[in-house]
Design a protein around this ligand. Structure first.
Ligand code: XUL
Ligand code: CO
Length: 437
């Protein structure tokens, strides 16, 4: 067998003292934390679009990454070879899942028929490689944003033909995702949004998006695809306003259009920060409403205002994610998909390994810290005590629905005032967390 990464063997766990950059210091797949193996806590996935299709291109220059397996033309043969590269990479890295857009894995043809044929041909190789390695598809999706037909959006385009083409593309992508045993399917809004409100009929566009999602759910049912549907919130980029702004906005949309319990959230770290939230906030909000689905793991640069899709290496941040995941019971269908790309300057194939190892290890480290904070119990007890006024007396009467405005007025007239009786102790708590980080 031809090796595309000859300098790399299977990445091993070597423990916290290892100085080997091509080894894990914390990610030990079979190690059990809070009763579950690390591999099952994370369900790590590789994002095909970045890892296999990223070239390092940016608005100031073309691609410059060294990818020796890429042929001179982007044809089906080239795409099939790339599948072998992807699976060698994932096997050596030791991840159990991957995610793709239809156009990442197979080239778009001159017609829809040709594009579908290309996709089928490459999907056949994907299936063979999945069977050979046991690596699975976490979720599939369709690229409804790169082709010029989608310049005004897809489901929210003013052009009904763009909607129709997008429907045909998602239909096919759902079929292929099902064929590959995909555990989910993600809808990221691509160009669903607006650049300028003066030329936009927002109400009509939102209604069309609602219709699109109902059609997708109808087809899912029709073909018996049982994977979980996800919405991926993002507030801006490429449009100045994306309709799926953040988790709260998406949940409102789903509920308003009668889609409420059928679609969960795929939360992306850098999208959260672009919306003015932390990823911790987005996970807490989604989980508390019953919408936690999956995570696109990456990070942004807080000094920049765009989606830099960097690998997540900040252990404080991964700790907050893993703390929230442990608190809410972890993934049921989703996983941690590295929607992240190596920097333009990290142009060698081996950098793909360094990037994923750093991300996986940061999450494993964060998991251990989060579990230690929970085992210590001080933080959990502090939060519980902070709300203890709700456990009995007037608090429990309000929570259980017994209290009325009249009964609360009587209570307060008698008591006199609501006196703050506990400090928030923010600084003490932040200091406490640093004890574990
Ligand atoms: C874009 C983004 C997408 C989705 C899948 O910012 O995150 O790659 O994850 O379409
Ligand atoms: Co994403």
């Amino acid at each position: 067998m031809c090796a595309y990464f000859p300098e790399v063997t299977k990445i091993q766990y070597e423990g916290p003292d290892s100085k080997n950059p091509l080894a894990f210091r914390h990610y030990n797949p079979d190690e059990v934390v809070e009763g579950k193996k690390m591999r099952d806590h994370f369900r790590f996935a590789v994002a095909y679009w970045h890892t296999m299709r990223g070239t390092g291109a940016d608005p100031f220059g073309p691609g410059c990454a060294v990818r020796p397996w890429e042929g001179p033309v982007d044809d089906v043969e080239n795409a099939k070879r790339r599948v072998k590269v992807a699976f060698e990479f994932m096997e050596k890295l030791g991840v159990g899942y991957y995610c793709f857009h239809d156009r990442d894995v197979a080239p778009e043809g001159a017609t829809l028929t040709e594009s579908n044929k290309n996709l089928d041909a490459v999907a056949k190789v994907l299936k063979e490689e999945q069977q050979r390695t046991g690596i699975k598809l976490l979720w599939g999706t369709a690229n409804l944003f790169s082709n010029r037909r989608y310049m005004h959006g897809a489901a929210t385009s003013p052009n009904a033909d763009a909607f129709a083409f997008a429907a045909a593309q998602v239909k096919k992508a759902l079929e292929v995702t099902k064929e590959l045993g995909g555990e989910g399917y993600t809808f990221w809004g691509g160009r669903e949004g607006y650049q300028n409100l003066w030329n936009t009929d927002m109400k009509r566009e939102m209604d069309h998006l609602g219709r699109f999602m109902h059609l997708a759910l109808d087809y899912k049912k029709k073909i018996g695809f049982t994977g979980q549907f996800y919405f991926e919130p993002k507030p801006k980029e490429p449009t100045k306003h994306q309709y799926d702004f953040d988790v709260a906005n998406c949940i409102n949309f789903l509920r308003a259009y009668g889609l409420g319990d059928q679609i969960k959230m795929n939360i992306e770290t850098n999208h959260a920060t672009l919306a003015g939230h932390t990823v911790h906030h987005e996970i807490e909000y989604a989980a508390s409403q019953g919408y936690l689905g999956s995570i696109d793991a990456n990070s942004g640069d807080l000094l920049l205002g765009w989606d830099t899709d960097q690998f997540p290496t900040d252990v404080y941040m991964t700790t907050s994610i893993m703390y929230a995941l442990l608190k809410w019971g972890g993934f049921t269908t989703g996983g941690l998909n590295f929607d992240a790309k190596v920097r333009r300057e990290s142009f060698e194939p081996v950098d793909l390994f360094h990037a994923h190892i750093s991300g996986m290890d940061a999450f494993a480290h964060g998991l251990k810290i989060a579990a230690a904070i929970r085992a210590d119990g001080t933080l959990g007890k502090f939060v519980k005590d902070r709300y203890s006024s709700w456990d009995s007396g007037v608090g429990s009467e309000i929570e259980s629905g017994k209290a009325t405005f009249e009964s609360l007025e009587t209570y307060m007239l008698d008591k006199g005032d609501a006196t703050p009786n506990t400090s928030g102790r923010q600084e003490m708590i932040e200091h406490l967390i640093n004890r574990f980080v």
